[in-house]
Design a protein around this ligand. Structure first.
Ligand SMILES: [Zn+2]
Length: 97
């Protein structure tokens, strides 16, 4: 399954953000078991249409789908802004406690 995170804006708007595993795991400080592991998985997922599927689920759920490979900043209609890199930093900090 393609790795996505759900971000809820203060205004109630929901965003489903696709982040390739290579970036997500690296951003969170998780080590690969062998080099290139996640890049390979990301490629397979793309070929299998899993990113499209994630988008469809997002659309169906009424969420805004964001592909972080194309869009680093998410602008909510209320004016708030989310930067994917900042979000990953926060997740990493939470993980490390
Ligand atoms: Zn908002």
């Amino acid at each position: 399954m393609a790795s996505t995170i759900v971000y809820g804006c203060e205004c109630g708007e929901l965003f489903k953000v696709f982040i390739p595993k290579a970036r997500l795991c690296e951003g969170m400080g998780i080590k690969e078991q062998y080099p290139g592991e996640w890049a390979k998985i990301d490629k397979e997922e793309q070929e299998d249409g899993e990113i499209e599927l994630a988008k469809n689920i997002s659309d169906f759920s009424g969420m805004n789908f964001v592909d972080s490979r194309e869009q680093e900043e998410i602008a909510c209609r209320c004016g708030a802004k989310l930067v994917v890199g900042d979000f990953l930093d926060t997740m990493k900090q939470q993980r490390e406690g």
